[in-house]
Design a protein. Structure first.
Length: 557
């Protein structure tokens, strides 16, 4: 006990310290300090009731108990996890043993993670998720007090030119400086969030009259008008501001931001470096998008998103080789909302990063479970949206999923579209080479529908082509589609790529493709997208269907 890395105390029944290990002494105080009442002397006041209750419970039930408390050291308080147990000493009198593990690193990490989830990494300002919470709080207060407030969207004018002309590091520096300047013009009770590349949102409680709005937004615009000095460049960017007011224009957080956004667009269109207060003639985004978007934030909190799995099978044996992960939103009243409706919204408001990271992790973990069932190697295909692909954190997300699930990189296929690659080919090249280091494979989704150049097939490390459903649909009748499929298969053969045909619905289509050397099939014919438990059954059937009785016995053994 004396040498233990954890802190160890022996206490008598009233809680006096009879013994304290070396580590406890060095951490907390000089030895004579430690002979008093452990609770009163060394535990933070706020945590004393919890420890008291734990000690009482242990004495009563004789079963060990665990409690987290802050122990007071001369300089500060440190979080410890205390395990309390009870024993009888040589005189048959109950005593307690308290073993404490330092939790400060863990607590700091948790705190950091919480911060990261709710703040923008570049400027340290709140992100959209925290913004939406803050606005809801301000709405609740405004309802009680009856006083309105304003939401102001601030867009930097001409920021793209800075980024393109002087490079991202300079652009980042300007954003950080702009964030600091904007923050400085606001009161402590105001919230300033960064919600997009060059877009900020300020929530201004108590600001609702025209004069007040003019004053605050005037300051926001003015503070960005003076030049930014970065690395001997003198940079000018202005700001356009759009404002919406609660409750005059809207009463929920998503709509308030959307309308302020519409007003900002108007400010940009009408000369920039000015403020426009929302008016119905600026027409915001369509009504149903806004309500769907509001519901999406709610859905993330409530865990309404789930994953379906669609089998990808060998064209010849029809044995399942892997699954494509397809996201679903189980809305309490709308039912299943298809991804075509919610992915584009998530893509514009940034939620896709959160959803995508979750999907990647959940899918890799699920594949491990699938493999348990069929005792053979499978692969999992996950769709990656353009915004996820561009996100700096994407590789961390990928590493995290692989580490968490224990899946090896080769079993993961990331589906991206041609467009994703071509927006910023230089960036794409770096990211893809890093993915290749992790052995994850890249599939081009909806191949043939996006981009008319094939040069990228040579430039990027691509492994799989997924022929889009529109080329499969009219097979085998359509000569043109047949020609396209043949060309893709031929191309793939010579470039050593695998091909998956998407949207195969009939036996004729399957045979046509199989005859021409298409190895993998995905479509309603061989399996619709299905929940994990159904996929599990399909997998069992697929695994055993092609086995001879003798082999089957071996598998069962
Ligand atoms: P995709 O990646 O090309 O996925 C294939 C789509 O074709 C799926 O639609 C699937 O249900 C559908 N499909 C498969 N076989 C057949 C068939 O035989 N006949 C017909 N008519 N359709 C078939 P779904 O699930 O509605 O997904 C639509 C798109 O949404 C996906 O296209 C993908 O681009 C996107 N998506 C889905 N899940 C995610 C996700 O987790 N993240 C991202 N970023 N995008 C996703
Ligand atoms: Mg896909
Ligand atoms: Mg596709």
């Amino acid at each position: 006990m004396e040498e233990a890395g954890d802190v160890v105390f022996r206490l008598n029944q009233p809680g006096q310290v009879l013994f304290a290990s070396k580590r406890a002494v060095t951490l907390i105080a000089s030895p004579h300090d430690l002979h008093g009442d452990l609770l009163a002397a060394h535990v933070a006041a706020a945590d004393q009731p919890a420890l008291k209750a734990a000690l009482a419970e242990v004495l009563q039930s004789l079963a060990p108990s665990v409690v987290e408390v802050r122990l007071k050291t001369p300089e500060h308080e440190v979080w410890f996890e205390l395990r309390v147990s009870c024993f009888l000493n040589q005189l048959q009198v109950p005593e307690m043993l308290v073993v404490g593990r330092d939790m400060s690193v863990q607590h700091a990490t948790e705190e950091r993670l919480r911060h990261m989830a709710t703040h923008d990494g570049l400027t340290e300002l709140p992100n959209r998720l925290l913004l939406s919470d803050r606005i809801r709080m301000v709405i609740a207060n405004a309802r009680r007090s009856g006083q309105g407030f304003a939401v102001a969207t601030v867009g930097l004018d001409g920021f793209k030119k800075v980024n393109d002309g002087l490079g991202h590091p300079v652009g980042d520096a300007v954003l950080r400086m702009a964030a600091a300047r904007l923050r400085k013009t606001l009161r402590d009770s105001d919230t300033l969030a960064r919600v997009g590349g060059d877009e900020f949102v300020a929530v201004l409680p108590g600001t609702s009259t025209e004069a007040q709005i003019k004053l605050v937004t005037g300051r926001l615009i003015a503070t960005l008008q003076s030049p930014f000095e970065v690395d001997s460049h003198t940079i000018y960017v202005g700001a356009s501001v759009g404002v919406s007011v609660y409750p005059n224009h809207a009463e929920d957080e998503v709509r308030l931001v959307a309308l302020a956004d519409a007003a900002m667009t108007r400010a940009k269109e009408t000369g920039k470096a000015r403020c426009v207060v929302y008016s119905p003639k600026h027409s915001g985004p369509p009504e149903h998008d806004i309500s769907l978007e509001a519901a999406m934030f709610q859905a993330v909190r409530e865990g309404e998103f789930l994953l379906y799995y669609q089998p990808i099978v060998d064209a010849r044996t029809r044995e399942i080789q892997g699954f494509e992960t397809l996201m679903r939103w189980k809305h309490p009243t709308l039912g299943m909302v298809p991804p075509a409706r919610f992915i584009p919204i998530a893509e514009t408001n940034g939620l896709i990063n959160l959803l995508g990271a979750w999907a990647l992790k959940a899918a890799t973990v699920q594949l491990k479970q699938f493999e348990e069932v069929c005792k053979r190697r499978l692969y999992i295909s996950v769709n990656i949206s353009p915004r996820q692909f561009r996100n700096d954190k994407f590789l961390d997300v990928l590493d995290d999923a692989l580490a968490f699930s224990g899946l090896s990189g080769e079993q993961l296929v990331l589906e991206i579209t041609e467009g994703t690659l071509m927006v910023d080919p230089i960036h794409a090249e770096t990211i893809l080479s890093k993915m290749a280091l992790r052995k994850a494979r890249i599939a081009i989704d909806d191949f043939g529908t996006g981009y008319s150049s094939l040069a990228y097939l040579k430039r990027f490390p691509i492994s799989v082509l997924k022929i889009d459903r529109t080329f499969i649909r009219d097979l085998p009748g359509s000569q043109k589609d047949g020609a396209i499929c043949n060309a893709v298969l031929d191309l793939a053969k010579h470039l050593d790529l695998s091909v998956v045909a998407e949207g195969v619905e009939t036996e004729d289509q399957l045979h046509y493709l199989d005859d021409r050397g298409c190895q993998y099939i995905q479509g309603y014919l061989t399996g619709k997208p299905m929940p994990a438990n159904v996929a599990m059954t399909a997998l069992k059937e697929s695994t055993y269907a092609n086995l001879l009785p003798e082999e089957l016995r071996q598998v069962h053994q």
